[in-house]
Design a protein around this ligand. Sequence first.
Ligand code: SAM
Length: 290
Amino acid sequence: MDRPLPTLGNPQNTIAVLQKYGFNFQKKFGQNFLIDTHVLDKIIAAANIGPDDFVVEIGPGIGTMTQYLAYAAREVCAVEIDHNLIPILEDTLSGYDNVTVLNKDILKVDLNALAQEKNGGRPIKVVANLPYYITTPIVMGLFENHVPLESVTVMVQKEVAERMQVGPGTKDYGALSLAVQYYAEPYIVANVPPNCFMPRPKVGSAVIRLTLHTDTPIQVKDEKLMFRLIRASFNQRRKTLVNGITNSAELQYTKEEVAQAIEKCGFPPAVRGETLELKQFAMLSDALQE
Ligand code: SAM
């Protein structure tokens, strides 16, 4: 079957669909639909979608980006929590025979099983204009559950994209930067202003592509311990690393043990976590584990 060209992605057609179904936006689901074809083209190009790809889309809304994905990919699975959007998606995606819509909460979908079923366990591409209220749990969930991923190309709040991309020495550097960079190479593709969405969000947005590392950039003996240390040091940003770690409810080290490990790594005694790179957190984690 020849796939139709996407028709949504401009304000007129979006309004027509919304009116046809009397759809009311639900704030609690972070619904801001894309109405700019240039932005949509940019996302598809950045995600490098081609005819061999199986793509998971998180939160298809009325199916705007889904049409673009379905046009370019082999197969698309779109996961939408709002049941009011399901009849609309059946309509807007009726021309595409390569799309499945799941009416589910993405945080409860077994994406490992889906990748196995639809892509023979090979790495999949995830593309989304994310609901901003759960950006971090969604992105970290993909990584921590070890979903086989090739790339994650997502629209997020501009500040969040910046946090994902920065290194030590900036105020945006934090646990999210380190976690994302442990798993992937981040690249901000475009900044997107509020007028590209309906309704307009109160914040600026950015498209970021996270390309999964084929080999993790650092070796660490206990990944979970390293991330506990990272969280502890950024939860109490203004404290020294020794105090941050000893105050953490997630960790049971004495001041002496932490100070000794810090010395062993060759860091200054009053070092703060925000100055350390990923590989230095890995060193500290290995030293504490010993
Ligand atoms: N992709 C559409 C677009 O770009 O026009 C809509 C994007 S809108 C920012 C986010 C979408 O995610 C909404 O359709 C919302 O209902 C859906 N959503 C919110 N929370 C979700 C969840 N936990 N699981 C799946 N979808 C969710």
